[in-house]
Design a protein around this ligand. Structure first.
Ligand code: GLV
Length: 308
């Protein structure tokens, strides 16, 4: 009998074919994902769970999955999974590092360019037929060459962003877990753009709040492509409203898909709907890697990319 797998959202058909060849698949139909209650009900009797970044894989899910051997998250971040609860039951947790590094770094640069060159403001102007024609001083932005990019968290994605920023003529400063980088306070005070690349953990929740925003230059920009709760959104709305910083570009939010209403009304913030890894190639590679992890573990092989 084939092992049984629950897949919480539709994945590319090529990937599903590979999974179906090895496993008996129970999957979400349609475009939306399974609700938490549906996951709790349907995970019973499954040996593997293929979860997405939007699924809360907490203790109730893990306790309902009494046959689970692996939870394969289709994301590099795994703050949505109670890894300790999984570990207590000997369940392997895997993520999808590396395959999304380039796409996420590219998107970070897209956000940096969009906010410093006021692309969103310009597009809104054109769309509402408010553009009166070329003007010498219209929507002037900030040039990147010679400016300092401060990277908070020099991991795989942080390094890929640094390489791209260097190609734009920026200097790069960074904090790092090993302590060989710049202290966060100094990085915030000296950078023209601050880009966040730390995972969400209890230590990084609200890493950027009111005091940290107040330390930044008034001309500086904040970019967040990691996880929403790394930034205190209420404090960010205050900092943007009071022009304590020049602008922000966000791909992630504290309560996705809800965005702080004040951010929606501000001109100096670019808002994207969690698109960091959203290219066809990358999403397919992520799903493929998650499936490889499932097939490996259910075939009594070592997982390719365990989280710890
Ligand atoms: C996306 O947010 C991911 O962690 O891969």
């Amino acid at each position: 009998m084939k092992p049984r797998v629950l897949v919480t959202r539709a994945l590319p058909s090529s990937v599903m074919q590979r999974l179906s060849a090895a496993c008996d698949v129970d999957r979400a139909e349609g475009g939306g994902g399974l609700s938490h209650d549906e996951i709790v009900t349907r995970v019973a009797g499954k040996q593997a769970l293929l979860s997405m970044v939007t699924d809360v894989v907490d203790r109730p899910v893990i306790e309902a999955g009494t046959s689970l051997r692996i939870i394969a998250n289709v994301a590099v971040g795994y703050n949505n999974i109670d890894v300790a609860a999984a570990g207590e039951r000997g369940i392997v947790v895997t993520n999808t590092p590396d395959v999304l590094t380039d796409a996420t770094a590219d998107f970070t640069l897209a956000l940096i360019l969009a906010v410093t060159r006021r692309l969103g403001e310009g597009e809104r102007l054109v769309r509402r037929a408010g553009w009166q024609g070329w003007a010498f001083d219209q929507l002037l932005g900030m040039q990147l060459r010679g400016r300092q990019l401060g990277i908070v968290g020099l991991g795989r994605i942080g390094k890929a962003v640094a390489a791209r920023a260097s190609a734009f003529g920026m200097t790069v400063a960074h904090t790092s877990r090993s302590g060989d980088g710049m202290p966060l306070d100094r990085l915030l005070a000296t950078s023209d753009i601050v880009s966040l690349h730390v995972p969400l953990t209890p230590e990084t929740r609200h890493l950027i709040g009111q005091p940290e925003l107040a330390r930044m230059k008034r001309s500086a920009y904040l970019i967040n492509t990691t996880r929403g709760p790394v930034v205190d959104e209420e404090a960010l709305a205050w900092a943007l409203r009071s022009r304590l910083i020049a602008g922000a570009a966000l791909d992630v939010y504290e309560r996705e898909p809800v965005v702080h209403p004040e951010l929606l009304a501000l001109e100096n913030v670019v808002l994207a709907p969690h698109l960091g890894s959203a290219t066809t190639d990358t999403r397919t590679a992520m799903a493929d890697l998650a499936v490889s992890n499932v097939i490996a573990v259910l075939g009594d092989q070592a997982p390719l990319t365990p989280v710890s």
